[in-house]
Ligand binder design. Structure first.
Ligand SMILES: Cc1cc2nc3c(=O)[nH]c(=O)nc-3n(C[C@H](O)[C@H](O)[C@H](O)COP(=O)(O)OP(=O)(O)OC[C@H]3O[C@@H](n4cnc5c(N)ncnc54)[C@H](O)[C@@H]3O)c2cc1C
Length: 320
């Protein structure tokens, strides 16, 4: 559940806690701006899913992207930035304050930084669009209660998918988690919780080919590595948390100017066409997608937000 107080207006709400958003948070929180970072899961972004990283400056040797991200998040928290595990599903960016709507809470802010990365999906599963809202969902918190004592399927491999499967198991009679890769990419604690839940079955290396039904979802057809042919599974609900390769901007619903490729357009200080709304990292279609570049964007935007909120003419850094 969100720890957010509905009446709190933050100086800045950052959507996405990857290297871009977390670095922006380090700078805004250290500049004494109240900073909330909304993120849907540690292993949900590009850095979070990276198994080994060895080229981030100041971090010699190899470590997982999730470990590096935990360090960045701890650093932001040390300056009083607050992380909330929630997914942005809508925004109202024209008003004052600006408002970010999550699955679990509402987050008003004087400035917003968008740092959601580029793992958005481009290809839908056959039947996904047809049955959206009629059995297909992207939000267990919103829709799990509709599937009380029914069988449901979850597609995904990361923290978000595991957390949603665990949430669904409180309502559904059976939850089948179809993980497209040979292993889940989630924290050990979450995987242990998953294994201990007798209502949840995990199918590794399994991909949904089709969601079928009449007026509502009745089942899925899927293939699993090592098994011949297509299998069928009767379910009433399908919750999808898969990843692709396009900028994640769906929750903005056209409120921010983007390029024809769907990347958010910004000026040199990473401000979008809406004053007080900034965007950083992979959601910008950088030529070179690297953690250090995303972090550098976040630093510039963090300083630019302070300039915007404090009405300063020039960007300034606190050297202390
Ligand atoms: C397999 C792989 C290997 C890589 N290896 C390297 C490497 O070795 N070195 C290197 O420097 N770079 C590497 N990169 C690139 C690097 O990971 C990215 O450039 C960098 O992570 C981009 O940072 P970001 O913060 O913009 O986005 P991301 O890291 O993708 O973070 C985005 C965050 O936004 C959150 N989010 C998304 N949508 C929402 C929403 N609606 N609501 C709330 N939160 C949301 C996600 O949970 C995620 O935490 C690799 C990338 C991949 C995919």
């Amino acid at each position: 559940m969100s720890e957010n107080q509905p009446e709190t207006v933050y100086d800045v709400v950052i959507i996405g806690g990857g290297p871009a958003g977390s670095t922006a948070g380090i700078y805004t929180a250290r500049a004494n701006l109240s900073t909330l970072i909304l993120d849907k899961g540690l292993t949900t972004g590009a850095l979070g899913i990276t198994s080994k990283i060895a080229n981030y400056p100041g971090i010699p040797g190899e470590l997982s992207g999730a470990e590096l991200l935990k360090t960045m998040r701890a650093q932001a928290e040390s300056f009083a930035a607050q992380y909330v595990n929630d997914k942005a599903i809508g925004t109202d960016l024209a008003g004052s304050p600006k408002v970010v709507y999550g699955n679990a809470g509402v987050y008003p802010a004087r400035a917003v930084i968008i740092a959601t990365g580029s793992l958005g999906r481009s290809n839908l599963i056959k039947g996904e669009a047809e049955f959206l809202g009629r059995g297909v969902s992207y939000c267990a918190v919103c829709d799990a209660a509709f599937f009380k004592d029914e069988a449901v399927a979850v597609a995904g491999k990361n923290d978000e998918a595991v957390e949603e499967a665990l949430y669904l198991a409180r309502f559904a009679s059976r939850v089948t988690l179809l993980c497209p890769t040979p292993e889940l990419v989630a924290s050990e604690e979450l995987i242990a919780e998953l294994k201990a839940n007798s209502k949840i079955e995990v199918l590794l290396g399994a991909a949904i080919h089709e969601i079928y039904g009449n007026t509502h979802v009745e089942g899925i057809a899927y293939a699993q590595r090592g098994k011949e042919g297509e299998q069928k599974l009767a379910v009433k609900g399908v919750f999808i948390y898969l990843q692709g390769g396009v900028p994640i901007t769906d929750f903005l619903q056209g409120q921010i100017e983007t390029s024809v490729q769907g990347c958010i357009l910004v000026d040199r200080e990473f401000q979008t066409n809406v004053p007080g709304v900034f965007a950083v990292g992979d959601v910008l279609c950088q030529h070179i997608k690297q953690a250090v570049i995303a972090a550098a964007d976040g630093a510039t935007a963090g300083i630019a937000v302070e300039k915007y909120l404090r009405g300063r003419a020039k960007m300034g850094v606190d050297w202390k």
